[in-house]
Design a protein around this ligand. Structure first.
Ligand code: ADP
Length: 989
């Protein structure tokens, strides 16, 4: 049979092999090879690679073209396929007669553009790990603009796709750009990677082991588990960048952090420590982020300073009941070396800096971190958690890098002591949500509809910052688009939506019995609910066959898709299962608490007071396999939920509140007696109101003369979220009626858009206006929009360091102008530019009771200052104006000074660090001359010279009101400073 016929006959198989994974990578690799071999010309390539078109269509187009091009092309095409397809995909195909000569063409190329084409496959692989640097080189050479760089770097593309986009762009730019890329690659090769620099190769056995390890890591990480039950989705296709931030402020960090920064030097707080913590909420994307790192490493695209990477899941380590040495832990849990185990382990001991461990979900480990039990000997056996804790603190295998993920609640001070740095994973940014939805839906019109419906429901949009919720919303797009008015508002609504979605997908239309969907599946809900509930009580997330049996879970229940088979559990067990996500387990536990006849009456009160959990024994007596018996006895004595359990209990309690909301009660009508339901609602309301009172009672009395202020204790935001889930304003009103504070401080409380929605819902019922301090959270523009309903009750709003842009400010001020109480705002360190100043200007003109405006450390220039001045001219109330750390300069200062010249209200003005020179200082002297209110003027860190200060001194001669003018760090000599201090004591240098 000719190769041409072979291509025709195997058309379906080839198409499936190329496209069935859903990833375009294989097809694109084949195209790279055919371009390089000259079998396709550039126009062919463009006809096949039509952006936005279905992958299968592109595949078919390629097959048609290859076939019509004849024998030789078909032979090369088969050879390319053979090279590109992983063995599993290529196994069923016949390649006989295919051309084996696919060597890169080495002959002389007349142009660099041509070289880019003939070396395309290897260039793609070389470029994908250094896209940013290659783009930098192109920007420096003037061949690329930053907008073009952004186009290449679109987060929806995988690194190899970004490399191809880069090459395609370069081609359209011509010879000079092509030369830059080739030179860049050459320089990079000459300087070599750190491994090459050592001019050293590891022993052969270690290399073999590395290959085995990386292929196993790659196989484990290429698909996302949440898609396991529904459709296969490769990580490459769906992975969307989450927002990463350092937990500790760091001056040398500009712009967002990337994956490489997790192990890079940036933000290191303890050079001695080896462990990096990635913390974030449940469903925030921690496991997925680790999975991405694993995949990139296994493919050679990132973390190439590490020769061996050992991934661990704490959830799986929970099931290890034996005592193990570190060697056994590595080899038995990650990858077994076929030979020379001792040599390989010795290599690990000798080269710790080449080894990386990752531990996913430290919060799911049954034992809380402690550094009491020291273990130093790598051959000594110990319980797995002890080995793990010693690795983290560095007493075992010092120098080996570790990345640990956890929810923040489970990270205590003892662990913090041993951290090299902490990185916070904040979920998706607004553009991340957009990108994820587009990746999730291959049909762009569906994606656009989903995004449109999210824009109209900002509460839901806020929820989508959490990747797991974004996934649910995308998964349930049909329900979402169909539900109009009743569109989901709360987290419970979203989980109910997926519950219904899964049930309806699994039920064939014939089986409908006239019952509503929940009634029809009540048994499944109760079986899975019991499993989830018992599991939460026992910190158990992986369930064996007998566990399922104990809870009555049947094969049919499993088929519904909420449980997935656990990867990597040792084959001595029968099949093991876990819930799609831990939040799903909490949701089922909540369903069980709400619907079951078998929970006792103290379950709800105990759930809302996790600290009493053990005392009263919510913890399960099932699941003997989950817990070693010694551990059980130990824990029974502890009398408290561990730090690791509390977050799950809190999530469960939040769902219980949501499920008992009036809005959902009709759902339960046929599933549970009304009287029981009502009793449970009363119980939850009582718990929430008691919880709130407890908080309020803990507020200390104010010192005389000061305002009564409350700093939120852990758990306050959670209670607020529970109240929001109930969606009953009566409860919110009742909870807030007893809060008597002037200032509510919620700094560093991990408040994102979701929390803002809940806060606004509850705080709007406060009786008296408060100052709301939300500094150092992740409110963002969406969060700001969520806060609008409680603006009327805020007299001051502190939103320092919250990722807010001009757009957020526009919405905030449009509402703020209408709120009589709203008088102060602090927005230090956000992302504001001149585009927001017109709104402030309007506010200042309109609101003649506005007192304080602080806009420090943003990006406001002379233009913005001029806009502000327009408003200030007409304002008679502003007392505090803070513009520290902007770029206002002399011209901006002059505009402000002229607007404030006759102000009778201004008390305090800061223009620290604004490039203000003497011209600006002289203009400010005019305010001093006239003002009867100004007390302090801050001009530190500017470039004022003697001339400017002379103006200020002269003005002060006519003014007795001003207390001090701060002039540290300006352009003055020591002698000048001495002389002028003597002339005017109110100047501080
Ligand atoms: P965590 O470990 O923080 O609880 P996961 O990583 O398990 O969160 O994320 C939950 C789900 O959210 C994933 O199964 C996936 O569907 C989705 N998801 C999370 N992060 C991403 C991401 N970066 N890109 C695409 N989807 C993501």
């Amino acid at each position: 049979m000719s190769v041409q016929e072979l291509v025709l006959r195997q058309r379906t198989e080839i198409l499936n092999a190329l496209c069935s994974s859903g990833s375009a990578e294989h097809l694109e690799q084949v195209l790279d090879i055919l371009l390089a071999q000259g079998e396709l010309i550039w126009e062919d390539y463009q006809n096949i690679q039509v952006p936005g078109r279905a992958l299968y269509t592109n595949g078919r187009q390629l097959l048609d073209l290859v076939y019509t091009k004849g024998l030789e092309t078909c032979a090369l095409f088969l050879a390319a396929l053979k090279q590109v397809l992983p063995k599993v995909h290529g196994d069923g195909l016949t390649f006989s007669g295919c051309c084996s000569n696919l060597e890169e063409k080495e002959e002389y190329h007349s142009t660099s553009t041509q070289t880019l084409l003939t070396q395309r496959p290897s260039l793609v692989s070389k470029l994908q790990c250094c896209i940013d640097d290659a783009l930098k080189a192109l920007v420096i050479s003037g061949d690329f603009t930053s907008a073009e760089c952004d186009e290449v770097r679109l987060p929806m593309h995988t690194p190899s796709q970004q490399a191809r986009r880069l090459l395609d762009h370069v081609r359209s730019k011509g010879e000079s750009a092509a030369k830059v890329v080739l030179q860049y690659i050459q320089q990079k090769q000459e300087s070599g990677s750190p491994l090459n620099q050592e001019k050293w190769t590891p022993p052969k056995e270690v290399f073999k082991y590395q290959k085995k390890l990386s292929s196993s890591v790659s196989a484990q990480s290429c698909f996302l588990s949440t898609y396991g039950g529904t459709s296969h989705m490769s990580l490459d296709d769906i992975y969307t960048k989450g927002e990463l931030e350092l937990a500790h402020n760091c001056v040398d960090v500009h712009g967002p952090l990337g994956l490489e920064d997790i192990l890079g030097t940036v933000g290191t707080v303890n050079e001695e420590a080896d462990t990096v913590l990635v913390s974030g909420d449940a469903g925030g994307g921690k496991s997925t982020l680790l999975q991405r790192l694993h995949l990139l490493w296994a493919r050679g695209s990132a973390l190439q300073d590490f020769l061996l990477l050992f991934p661990f899941s704490c959830r799986r380590l929970n099931s290890e009941t034996r005592e193990l040495s570190i060697q056994e832990l590595l080899f038995q849990h990650c990858c077994w070396p076929d030979r020379e185990q001792e040599e390989i382990f010795q290599f690990i001991l000798d080269h710790p800096h080449l080894i990386l461990f990752t531990f996913d979900g430290l919060d799911e480990l049954k034992q809380s971190f402690s550094d009491e039990h020291r273990l130093c000997c790598p051959t000594q056996r110990a319980p797995v958690h002890i080995v793990l804790f010693n690795l983290i603190q560095g007493s075992l295998l010092k120098g080996v890098r570790k990345v640990v993920t956890s929810r923040p609640e489970a990270v205590g001070p003892v662990l913090k002591k041993h951290l090299r740095k902490e990185v916070l994973l904040k979920g998706f940014s607004p553009s991340g949500i957009d990108c994820f939805v587009r990746k999730h839906h291959s049909d762009p019109t569906v994606a656009a509809k989903v995004l449109e419906s999210l824009q109209t429901n900002t509460a839901l949009l806020g929820l989508c910052h959490s990747p797991v919720l974004c996934w649910i919303v995308s998964q349930c797009h049909k329900e979402l688009l169909g539900c109009g008015e009743g569109s989901p508002q709360t987290i419970t609504d979203v989980y109910l939506m997926i519950l219904q979605h899964f049930f309806q997908h699994q039920t064939s239309p014939k089986s409908t019995t006239g019952l509503d969907w929940l009634q029809e599946h009540l048994k499944t809900v109760l079986h899975l609910g019991k499993l989830a509930f018992e599991g939460i009580g026992a910190t158990c997330y992986i369930f064996s066959g007998p566990d399922l049996e104990t809870c009555g879970v049947t094969e049919k229940d499993i088929c519904m898709g909420f449980l997935i088979q656990s990867k990597n559990m040792s084959s001595t067990h029968s099949k093991c299962y876990e819930f799609l996500h831990v939040t799903m387990q909490c949701f089922f536990a909540a369903l069980y608490i709400v619907l079951s006849n078998n929970t006792d009456r103290s379950t709800i009160p105990r759930l809302f007071e996790p600290q009493n959990m053990r005392e009263t024994g919510l913890s399960s007596t099932c699941f003997m396999a989950c817990m070693p018996s010694t551990d059980k006895q130990e824990r029974a004595l502890e009398g408290e939920a561990t730090a690791a359990e509390t977050p799950n209990l809190q999530i469960t309690a939040t769902f219980v509140s949501g499920l008992l909301s009036q809005r959902h009660r009709s759902l339960w009508i046929h599933c549970c007696p009304t009287a029981v339901m009502e009793k449970r609602v009363r119980q939850v309301s009582r718990c929430l109101s008691k919880g709130m009172q407890k908080h309020f009672k803990s507020i200390p009395q104010p010192v005389e003369g000061e305002k009564k202020s409350m700093h939120a204790m852990p758990g306050f935001v959670w209670l607020i979220k529970c109240i929001y889930e109930m969606q009953e304003s009566r409860i919110a009103k009742c909870a807030m009626s007893k809060l008597e504070v002037d200032h509510l401080k919620l700094t560093y409380c991990n408040i994102g858009p979701v929390e803002c929605t809940a806060l606004a819902y509850v705080l709007q019922h406060l009786r008296n206006p408060v100052g709301l301090q939300l500094d150092n959270n992740s409110v963002g523009d969406v969060g700001v929009e969520q806060l609008l309903p409680c603006m009327h009750i805020c007299n001051s709003l502190y939103l320092r360091n919250n990722n807010i842009t001009d757009e957020g400010i526009r919405k905030l001020l449009a509402k703020g102008i209408q709120c009589d109480n709203f008088r102060k705002i602090a927005l230090f360190n956000n992302k504001l530019t001149d585009a927001c100043t017109q709104h402030f200007s309007h506010l200042l003109k309109t609101k003649q009771n506005f007192l304080s405006l602080r806009l420090g450390n943003n990006n406001i220039t002379e233009e913005g200052a001029k806009q502000l001045a327009e408003g200030l001219k007409f304002n008679h109330s502003l007392q505090y104006l803070g513009l520290w750390g902007n770029k206002i300069g002399d011209a901006g200062t002059e505009a402000l000074a002229s607007a404030l010249e006759s102000s009778k209200s201004l008390v305090w003005l800061s223009l620290v660090g604004n490039g203000v020179g003497s011209a600006g200082a002289c203009a400010l002297a005019n305010i001093i001359k006239n003002s009867t209110s100004l007390e302090e003027l801050w001009l530190t860190d500017n470039c004022i010279t003697r001339t400017g200060v002379e103006c200020l001194i002269q003005a002060l001669e006519h003014n007795t009101r001003v207390i001090s003018i701060w002039l540290r760090n300006n352009d003055l000599s020591l002698e000048e400073i001495e002389e002028m201090t003597q002339r005017e004591s109110r100047l501080t240098f």
